[in-house]
Design a protein around this ligand. Structure first.
Ligand SMILES: O=c1ccn([C@@H]2O[C@H](COP(=O)(O)O)[C@@H](O)[C@H]2O)c(=O)[nH]1
Length: 244
């Protein structure tokens, strides 16, 4: 797949996994002008809150709010309602919460949009199996039988049935998800490691180039950028890998 530099950057979601807004703002300054998505996860959201997210939107960033909601349907409906009013472009729930819970998230979105707040409809996706989960952990520790790939596809089909727009999965499962749910069903893939990068706690990984060749829609990348001595150079090198 041939991408321009801006197209490649637009497929990257930088995980702003920082303890406070000041640390995240430092990275934003270092990456200024590169048109990536920004992902706010629980560490930063619990510290800096909705105001930080609203600030990103005011400055024109595309924002994925990665809070992975997993609760009873009524609570998730309320959470989705509040998140939608923040104006984020994407948020997620856990597919393990079931179809009713995922549908409740969509009801929360609809209710927020019907309030005339002027916000756009966010893309709503479901986490399948965390990319840190290995086959052994799934079977022996969590106690779910079968292959990771089968579990991911089961969750993806359920998310599609519930009306969601896509899933979080590892790049290793992108092809199978697209086959099962259609090419327009979005795949958002963490577990991205440039060749030679530290794997850390991730289990199911691919390089950026491999992930794009699998057909991933967006790749989520944190530490290979944020822990680099020069985050901007690290991001530019990943973009070059995608453009070539
Ligand atoms: O299955 C999942 C779901 C979410 N994540 C998130 O993506 C980033 C990955 O960061 P790295 O530093 O590149 O490992 C992180 O924010 C996770 O919370 C995931 O890794 N796997």
């Amino acid at each position: 797949m041939q991408l321009t530099q801006d197209q490649a950057a637009g497929r990257i979601m930088v995980a702003l996994d920082y303890p406070d807004a000041a640390a995240a703002e430092k990275l934003l300054r270092e990456l200024a002008g590169i048109p990536c998505y920004m992902k706010v996860g629980m560490q930063l959201f619990y510290a800096a809150g909705p105001a930080f997210v609203a600030g990103l939107k005011e400055r024109g960033y595309h924002v994925f709010l990665d809070l992975k909601m997993h609760d009873i349907p009524n609570t998730v409906k309320g959470g989705a309602n509040s998140i939608t009013k923040l104006g984020v472009d994407m948020f997620n729930v856990h597919a393990a919460g079931g179809a009713s819970m995922m549908q409740a998230a969509l009801e929360g979105v609809d209710a927020a949009l019907s309030g005339g707040s002027g916000v756009v409809r966010p893309t709503v996706i479901a986490v399948t199996q965390l990319t840190s989960t290995s086959q052994a952990v799934l079977n022996d520790e969590i106690g779910i039988g079968g292959s990771i790939a089968d579990a991911v596809i089961r969750y993806a089909k359920l998310a599609k049935l519930a009306g969601l727009d896509g899933v979080v999965a590892s790049p290793q499962e992108v092809t199978a998800v697209k086959e099962a749910c259609g090419s327009r069903f979005k795949t958002i893939t963490p577990g991205i490691r440039p060749a030679g990068a530290e794997v850390g706690d991730q289990s199911r990984i691919m390089t950026p180039r491999q992930a794009i060749e699998q057909g991933t829609d967006f790749m989520v990348i944190g530490r290979p950028i944020t822990a680099a001595a020069n985050p901007r150079a690290a991001l530019e090198s990943i973009i070059e890998e995608l453009v070539v």
